[in-house]
Write a protein that binds this ligand. Structure first.
Ligand SMILES: NC(=O)c1ccc[n+]([C@@H]2O[C@H](COP(=O)([O-])OP(=O)(O)OC[C@H]3O[C@@H](n4cnc5c(N)ncnc54)[C@H](O)[C@@H]3O)[C@@H](O)[C@H]2O)c1
Length: 477
């Protein structure tokens, strides 16, 4: 069983224990100018440490995957790892032995070799990451463990894919960047939504100039998780609800932020420079508990402090604005928002009353009269090659409409062929930085705080990312 998972969690700004976030940042009583400076420091590189930008994987004949964390997400992703050509799951790890056994059984049922079961106390992942038969470590544990497990995998010489957030403090994000640069191993987030079919079509349309100059985008994670947060059987040890007792932060906006960042070429020609945050009062969880949760439930000892709707406004070096939102404690249908706009038009996802909605566009010169048009024909025209190639397999083997499988397939094939990852440690850090930066901004009364340049200057160069071409992928060995 994980011990003291709440207590062992790092501060949202790095270093200090939970509850002292403003002190940790040194911004508790800061002036707006000081608040802006407090988060901008760029640590120096050690001698010999160089960038991971454009660094290809070493080619692997077969990619041997080790999975850490076999709860809802980890066990669900095992199906995709088992189906991807060229991947084999060699080890599965969870502090709960029954979950590791369940994952191993699942692989055998799928006709795959039985993996090693690695189980034990909270540091059991160290036994998985140091195994000789693992090339890629996939981490799907609660957020508070991601940083130390991701770092341990890098130090053990493994590439690592970590569920978001890869870390929640600035110090930890910088440490992951530095550790990746020193070990020459890639750390990437399991950012499945970046491989969403609509998101990739939107990205290709942006690069083809359909929106003109892109000026603004809006993404987020708006998901009514209240029943799951108070369930005693869903999140292990209620880890996710406990994050709402610690600090007001934009805890998990990345699934909506990342596709907008990709469409704006963040870290590939543009970069995020400043962030200011607002938060509504934390009312949703307490209101839900009062109406639906028995008085004897342990949650009645908790106080929820994270605002229901946390909004980050992010400036970019090219003068764009991104709005990134997080709300998991209010009643509403699911949305990642996924809206992009520019001088020639706009795309809005999640529009319409049907589940998800099919998306709508308004693009000059084709459209006029202030009337939205269907996105469907644009999605067909700008469908990404990955979806054309493996869309059917994705639907059969992966959750979230298939984008989980596309993420897994692409990562494995890039590792097999010795390609450059579509998403790297710099993207990981930039997409997660709004967590500590929103804390810093809110602590400073909503003042803007500086967005660190995790690339240390490499952001200005255009380079390929998620908008890849099939022809650019080296042949698989
Ligand atoms: N990308 C997505 O679409 C998506 C969807 C759902 C969840 N997630 C992410 O997946 C992660 C896990 O979420 P979940 O819903 O599966 O949670 P969960 O509580 O169902 O599972 C967590 C698992 O981690 C295990 N664990 C805890 N500490 C461990 C340790 N030190 N070593 C090994 N195992 C340990 C637990 O025993 C449990 O089985 C989270 O980061 C979450 O945000 C991502």
């Amino acid at each position: 069983m994980p011990k003291d998972s709440a207590i062992s969690c790092r501060s949202l700004l790095g270093g200090a224990p939970t509850g002292s976030t403003s002190a940790a940042a040194g911004i508790g009583s800061a002036s707006p100018a000081e608040a802006l400076e407090a988060t901008s420091a760029i640590p120096g590189r050690r001698p010999g440490q160089t960038t991971m930008v454009n660094v290809p994987f070493d080619a692997h004949g077969t990619v041997r995957v080790g999975v850490v964390g076999l709860g809802n997400r980890g066990s669900g992703m095992v199906k995709g790892w088992a189906a991807v050509p060229g991947a084999v799951v060699t080890a599965v790890c969870d502090v709960r032995a029954d979950r590791a056994k369940g994952a191993a059984d699942q692989l055998v049922v799928r006709g795959r070799p039985r993996p090693a079961e690695v189980t034990g106390s909270t540091d059991v992942f160290t036994r998985l990451v140091t195994r000789d038969d693992v090339d890629l470590v996939y981490i799907a544990t609660p957020w508070e463990f991601h940083y130390e497990q991701g770092k341990a995998a890098l130090l053990a010489g493994k590439h690592v894919m970590v569920e978001l957030p890869v870390a929640t403090g600035l110090k930890e994000l910088w440490d992951l960047v530095d550790t990746s640069e020193r070990t020459r191993r890639h750390l990437m987030p399991a950012e499945n939504c970046s491989y969403g079919r609509n998101e990739l079509a939107m990205l290709r349309m942006a690069h083809d100039g359909l929106f003109g100059d892109v000026t603004n985008g809006h993404g987020g994670y708006l998901h009514d998780l209240r029943p799951l947060l108070f369930s005693d059987t869903y999140y292990t040890d209620s880890w996710r609800r406990l994050w709402h007792t610690r600090s007001t932060a934009g805890l998990y906006a990345m699934h909506g932020l990342a596709p907008i960042a990709a469409a704006m070429d963040i870290n590939r020609g543009d970069r995020m420079t400043k962030l200011r945050a607002t938060a509504t009062e934390p009312k949703g969880l307490a209101d839900y508990r009062a109406r639906f949760v028995d008085r004897s439930h342990p949650s009645w000892k908790e106080t929820y402090v994270s605002g229901d709707l946390v909004t980050c406004l992010i400036d970019t070096a090219q003068g764009r604005i991104i709005r990134a939102e997080h709300d998991v404690s209010s009643p509403r249908p699911y949305s990642r928002i996924n809206t992009l706009a520019g001088t020639r038009g706009i795309f809005e996802d999640y529009a319409g009353v049907t589940s998800g909605g099919a998306g709508r566009v308004y693009l000059e010169p084709d459209h006029g009269g202030h009337t939205w048009r269907e996105f469907a024909s644009y999605r067909a025209e700008f469908d990404h090659w990955l979806w054309k190639k493996i869309g059917d397999d994705a639907a059969n083997n992966g959750g979230h409409g298939g984008m989980d499988y596309v993420l897994q397939w692409r990562t494995v094939q890039l590792m097999r062929s010795g390609g450059v990852p579509d998403i790297d440690v710099y993207d990981s850090a930039a997409w997660c930085a709004p967590i500590p930066l929103s804390v810093a901004s809110l602590t400073a009364g909503g003042s803007p705080v500086a967005f660190p340049d995790f690339t240390r200057g490499a952001w200005a160069k255009l380079r390929t990312g998620l908008d890849s071409r099939a022809s650019e992928m080296p042949p698989v060995a």
